[in-house]
Write a protein that binds this ligand. Sequence first.
Ligand SMILES: Cc1cc2nc3c(=O)[nH]c(=O)nc-3n(C[C@H](O)[C@H](O)[C@H](O)COP(=O)(O)OP(=O)(O)OC[C@H]3O[C@@H](n4cnc5c(N)ncnc54)[C@H](O)[C@@H]3O)c2cc1C
Length: 373
Amino acid sequence: MSAPWFDVAIVGGGIAGVGAAAGAIDSHSIVVLEQENELAHHTTSRSAAVYIENEGGPVFHRLSTASRPFWDAHPGSETPLITPLGVLKVGDESMADAFMAEVDEASRVTPSIRFVRDEALLAICPALNLDIVRVGMHEPTGGAIDVMGTHQLFLRTARAGGADIWRNARLNAATRVGEHWEIETEAGPVHAATIVNAAGAWGDVVAERCGVVPVGLNPLRRTAFTTTISDDPAGWPLVYSGIDEYECYFKPEAGNQLLGSLSDEQLSEPCDARPEEIDIALAIDRINTISHVGVRSVNTTWAGLRTFAPDRNPVLGWDDMSAGFMWLVGQGGCGIVTSPIASEIVGTRLRGEPLPERVTDLGLTTETLAPRR
Ligand SMILES: Cc1cc2nc3c(=O)[nH]c(=O)nc-3n(C[C@H](O)[C@H](O)[C@H](O)COP(=O)(O)OP(=O)(O)OC[C@H]3O[C@@H](n4cnc5c(N)ncnc54)[C@H](O)[C@@H]3O)c2cc1C
């Protein structure tokens, strides 16, 4: 049987992969290769689902801001994909100067961000323990994202344009032959002019299987859980603590539930990540220290891999050492928030167009995102 031909083979059926397919389907024939039996099985289905603009450093901050029009207008979706949720980063007294400096910088991109302290913190989240928490950075315009709704929207768009979606189709090897790739997958061979590597924690593994030099990705495990508390947290923001010995976060969920996490970053092999009991116990202890929520037991636990490049900035663009190979990895803790603009950028780069203006207006260039920067 001869191998089918596509313009682009996208490796990975998480939010990055299906987003890339949606962004390029108007101009390219596409196959998405996913190693699992279901799409979004790994990091995409394990996130905290929060829209924070000032997160992950200046590059991610700007990509999140550039994604905002999509979240506000949700083109192609009849229902909103984001609901309002404030975000409050908290610290102790020693962090006041650093927070004020960060607010000064971050509010140039997101003007609503402001510095708060003492009793004003309780007006935002009455459960905080002011014996520990004294200052905060409040981003009132954050949101809770419908992650699977967004994934489905990208998938529908790609499928409507004719994309093929292959499950149980792990890319095992790929060889560049002239102007195209000959790809071996668990579901059979396929040929494509371009490979887009959206394999998340496996990004470097996929590169090596294609004979491409890895970029040095670090998959870092993060653990999360849900719990039921006695207070009704409706109206609270996501609270995340930047205090070294009490790093953690909690987020209100429906039905008196909280989502909690230690904010852990444990280096891991690419794998189906599992939660460690110690990380759950530590998270509960810290949340109970910085607040009065009184977490006692957990309902569900899980873990996922947040994958970072060595400089913790996203890797998005053509590999200038390997013809026909594009990277879309290293999204760290911002891969859901930034998926709309990443989808658009992949489309423009595949078509040889410049970056969207609202990206360059914020000072980002192809070089900022380049794999070999
Ligand atoms: C606890 C936690 C909280 C988070 N909170 C947030 C948040 O609030 N906001 C936010 O924006 N982000 C958050 N993130 C990060 C976000 O989830 C990720 O950035 C995002 O999901 C990455 O998507 P992806 O498609 O790149 O990766 P994945 O969803 O992991 O997709 C990669 C896919 O590639 C497939 N694959 C790998 N190798 C191969 C191969 N050889 N052949 C075929 N397929 C292959 C995998 O099976 C996988 O399905 C959080 C993450 C965690 C773990």
